[in-house]
Design a protein around this ligand. Structure first.
Ligand code: FAE
Length: 528
């Protein structure tokens, strides 16, 4: 990755904001544009701003993942996690809590700005990527374009033909989306697990479909042939991939830095946003060290502010700004319309003769597509469970059409922002996943696994999501192009624009919407 340039090199200046309110500092670092976060929405904003010649500062709370640890690797693997795995945790919290009810997966770790976070709210926890590249560092790389009719249902004011003709193709091309070679898929032991799940689906009369990915399948075939260092075939995924995956630091963000107009500050967490009386924005950020201690509180001034902190980070910043009065004109839709994309995880136990293989690629390439079933729309990703031995488990991440939504609210007693999602709302996703997988079990004379999600007999993991969506929904909290209502030159470009559900894995949609926003904003809002 290109070396990070210093702010000074790019001419960021310390200027007096004479018109700033008295409570604000007399001097702040200033840039024409600031982008908060460096995930999908933020990375698109940074690249397109940089290409337009607008000096841009990206503020990312996580670290830059480019330095090898003592083992010579940048990232640790799922089965041998260390401090690099999770964001200031003392013990890892992998989605799969147990195997045969034993806590064999998680490890004690020392607190460190690790790459995966699990943020806990009362009845829902959210997995998030932390670092330059956001979720792209930790996700399964599944690069899925949503069903056109469902996209239109979710975004009634967006020109669908423009999205599918221009912005989805642009996003896929920039992200480096590719597909597994079907012949190799049929023959390799690394996808035995997917073929076994496909057979169970076919026995039920269900359709499966290949799913593209941003992991380089050419590289994966070299891993299988023993000519390249293993990453997807070496158990790496949720704590980062050392090879093969085209995460944003290798695509959009590398290109953004290449414009010479973009700077990224790492380990800087934005805590507040306010507006000076000249209409510019003042962004407050805590710079932390690797122990988590705040070593400096900084302030940045900017004309254009782009929020790409994700579907937890962005609503949190805006709800706090509205309810503490620093941006009082934000409307009531800010913080609302949040959902889990209907996520529910589950496992099935196969018969002895239906093996899943000791060798499993960590990159999913297939899903059970029952979204067209009007009674119970579900798209279930066939997920790997690479334990290094045969365990006969078929694992799935079901994406259900759960209509439930929740809101973030500010709690003045401790300054926190809380999420109002309830257990009953998760039960809706479980009901839909169960309806589909009861059919699959009945058709195959198989049963669920009861040992994978902690003590007791929990079959459905309904208390976490990989796909937080919403909180600043397009057309409600913002106009139809992500411009925040009530404030000029303030934009949302991340997953919080998506109204809680998109029916497939979301990052291609988030990227394409951000491309659409940036095309419009650069054409209309930044003209001299
Ligand atoms: P995101 O990528 O979350 O980026 C937000 C960035 O902002 C992060 O780098 C944060 O550290 C940073 N940030 C947050 N708050 C602040 C702050 N106050 N100050 C400074 N920085 C801040 O946002 N999706 C798929 O489409 N396919 C998959 O296969 C897939 N698998 C997944 C697997 C896992 C384990 C996880 C966690 C997610 C997965 N996802 C997948 C979801 C996908 O990664 C997610 O939808 C996107 O990353 C969201 O993009 P955003 O731009 O909204």
């Amino acid at each position: 990755m290109a070396a990070l340039q210093t702010a000074a090199a790019l001419g960021f200046t310390r200027v007096g904001l004479q018109s700033a309110r008295a409570a604000e500092p007399a001097a702040v670092e200033s840039a024409p544009a600031v982008v908060v976060g460096s995930g999908y929405g933020a990375a698109v904003a940074a690249l397109r701003l940089g290409q337009a010649g607008i000096r841009t500062l990206v503020l990312e709370m996580g670290r830059l993942w480019n330095t090898p640890g003592q083992d010579g690797k940048v990232f640790c693997s799922v089965l041998s996690p260390d401090q690099r795995s999770m964001w200031f945790h003392t013990r890892t919290e992998a989605p799969l809590a147990s195997f045969l009810w034993l806590d064999v997966v998680n490890r004690d770790i020392s607190p460190y700005p690790g790459v995966l976070d699990r943020v806990h709210f009362d009845h829902m926890s959210v997995y998030l990527g932390r670092g330059v590249g956001g979720g792209s560092l930790v996700n399964g790389g599944m690069a899925v374009t949503p069903v056109q009719s469902y996209f239109a249902e979710q975004f009634p004011t967006v020109d669908v033909s423009e999205m599918y003709g221009t912005y989805f193709p642009r996003a896929r091309s920039m992200l480096g989306v590719n597909s597994v070679d079907p012949a190799w898929f049929e023959s390799t032991q690394w996808y035995q697990f997917a073929r076994t799940s496909r057979k169970a689906a076919a026995n039920t009369g269900l359709k499966t479909t290949f799913v593209p990915n941003v992991y380089d399948f050419g590289y994966m075939q070299q891993e299988a042939a023993g000519t390249a260092t293993r990453s997807a075939l070496g158990g790496e995924v949720i704590y980062g991939n050392n090879h093969g995956k085209k995460s944003l630091d290798k695509t959009y963000l590398a290109a953004a830095l290449g414009t010479g107009n973009v700077t990224i500050h790492t380990l800087e967490k934005v805590t507040g946003i306010s507006r000076a009386s000249d209409g510019s924005y003042v962004v407050t950020a805590d710079r932390i060290d690797t122990t988590g201690a705040v070593v400096e509180t900084k302030q940045y001034g900017c004309t254009y502010l782009f929020l790409g902190a994700g579907s937890v980070g962005t609503p949190e910043l805006l709800v706090r700004a509205r309810d503490t009065g620093t941006l009082p004109d934000l409307n009531a839709y800010v913080g609302a319309g949040w959902g889990t994309n209907g996520n529910t995880m589950l496992g099935r136990a196969n018969h002895m003769w239906d093996t899943v293989g000791a060798d499993q690629s960590t990159m999913p390439v297939m899903g059970i597509d029952d979204w067209a079933n009007a009674d119970n729309p579900v798209f279930a990703e066939i997920a790997p469970l690479p334990m290094g031995f045969e365990h006969w488990v078929s694992l799935y991440l079901a994406i259900t059409k759960n209509p439930e939504r929740a809101s973030f609210t500010y709690d003045p007693s401790d300054g926190s922002v809380k999420l109002g999602w309830t257990a009953a709302q998760s039960a809706v996703s479980v009901g839909m996943a169960k309806k589909l997988f009861d059919r699959i079990n009945a058709a195959n004379a198989t049963i669920y696994r009861y040992d994978l999600f902690g003590s007791g007999s929990k079959v459905f993991a309904d208390d976490f999501t990989y796909h937080p969506l919403g909180g600043c929904v397009l057309g409600r909290a913002t106009d139809d192009y992500g411009r925040v209502k009530g404030y000029s030159r303030l934009y949302v470009t991340d997953g919080s624009l998506v109204p809680g559900s998109i029916g497939v894995n979301p990052f291609v949609t988030i990227t394409a919407l951000a491309e659409r926003t940036m095309a419009r904003v650069l054409a209309e809002d930044t003209a001299p």
